[in-house]
Design a binder for this molecule. Sequence first.
Ligand SMILES: Cc1cc2nc3c(=O)[nH]c(=O)nc-3n(C[C@H](O)[C@H](O)[C@H](O)COP(=O)(O)OP(=O)(O)OC[C@H]3O[C@@H](n4cnc5c(N)ncnc54)[C@H](O)[C@@H]3O)c2cc1C
Length: 422
Amino acid sequence: MSRTNWLADPLSRGSFSYAAVGATPEHRAALGQAVDARVFFAGEATAADEPGTVQGARTSGLLAASQVQDVAASGERITVVGAGIAGISAARQLVDAGFSVVVIEARDRIGGRIDTVSGDWPFPIERGPSFVHRTSDNFLDDELTALGVALLPFVRIPEVRTRAGAVVEVSPLGAQAIAGALDWAADQQQDVSIERALVDSGEASLSKTPNAEGLSDADWLEYEIATKLKVETGATPSQQSAWYATDIASADDDQIVVGGFSTLLTADAEGLELLLSSVVNRVAHDDRGVSLRLGTGESLSADRVIVTVPLGVLKNAAMEFSPALPFSHRGAIAALGMGVVDKVWLRFDEPFWDTAARLWTIVGEDADFPVWVNMMPLTGEPILMGMIAAENATRLSELDDDEFLSAALASLEPFLAVPDAG
Ligand SMILES: Cc1cc2nc3c(=O)[nH]c(=O)nc-3n(C[C@H](O)[C@H](O)[C@H](O)COP(=O)(O)OP(=O)(O)OC[C@H]3O[C@@H](n4cnc5c(N)ncnc54)[C@H](O)[C@@H]3O)c2cc1C
């Protein structure tokens, strides 16, 4: 088993940003504003398009690098804090443009939330992102393929089982209720949470009477919330904005990376001056330049800095800014939400299941592990990847490994193969 705990990770404090109630795209833009042309910001939370993704983070890094290029004299010394995809992309662009760049990273590796583990696994597993969602601006799939990284098409059509193990058809009722609630919210004077929109619009008043399979209409709303809303954002419907609800990815154009996402960074990181295992805990600037204080007490000076630390780190005030950040930045940091999605990878000697479905979900209860990906049909290996989100992830993160594993295995019971009669 390999499990993550992104909330407890002091260098992330959550998995990715989401639109909390009251947060707007302008908050992301405000967070991405440079301060006095000295302190620049990048990272997925600042991305105008596709925040919360690898693609969004990379675009934000390239944008910050361009902003630096617009104001910096040639040969200036630029420091980049954070060696995730945003930081590495920014640093690459600046080095190629002739600047002298140092990347400072607190971890002992590059990649940040892109966290590929090889070791004992038959193929590299991803503790952070796995999926690439192709859009008109996002060709990461082509890039990964060109780098020799294996990806496989991943159609998000789930096999849905009841707790008793019966395979059932997905009912559209849950998705319809959420769509109805969001439409209702769009006409309101003020943003409300998705939960509030569901209740106040009347869309949540679905029948609780079970049918022959023991499932009610209300179960399908819970299903939609558990398997989509929470997993896509890492937040509960009571935390999420109804105005800026995350677009739930369409079903048919995702790919899953099985050949190591971190390879995406290798080429860009080549030849960069990297200071690993170095925590930056203070960023000070004046009109002559910036000064960074490291956890070791050492100081480093540069002409400008690009800060790419995750929103969770900024929310936690783990990094001090001097002078304090402008109100617009502090307002954005407070308004945007940091969601929690954790992953668990389980490797078995043999499959205990007999379904070839790639995506498994469970209806009829508030499942702790609402979504499982079956890697067997994808890779030939009896390996499952589970996803846990929002308050379930927070609660389960407190379990020790034995308790956690028991909970994971219990959640998989509906998928146990039924022994042949006779
Ligand atoms: C479980 C999970 C699943 C995900 N699934 C997907 C997916 O399927 N598809 C997708 O596109 N995206 C997914 N994402 C989101 C994606 O991983 C992120 O949006 C992206 O990797 C963020 O890149 P970044 O450069 O903005 O931040 P990061 O990668 O977090 O980089 C920031 C860096 O700053 C460093 N740092 C922090 N504090 C300090 C400090 N004080 N001093 C120095 N360095 C510091 C960190 O160690 C880190 O390396 C997922 C994320 C998680 C956690």
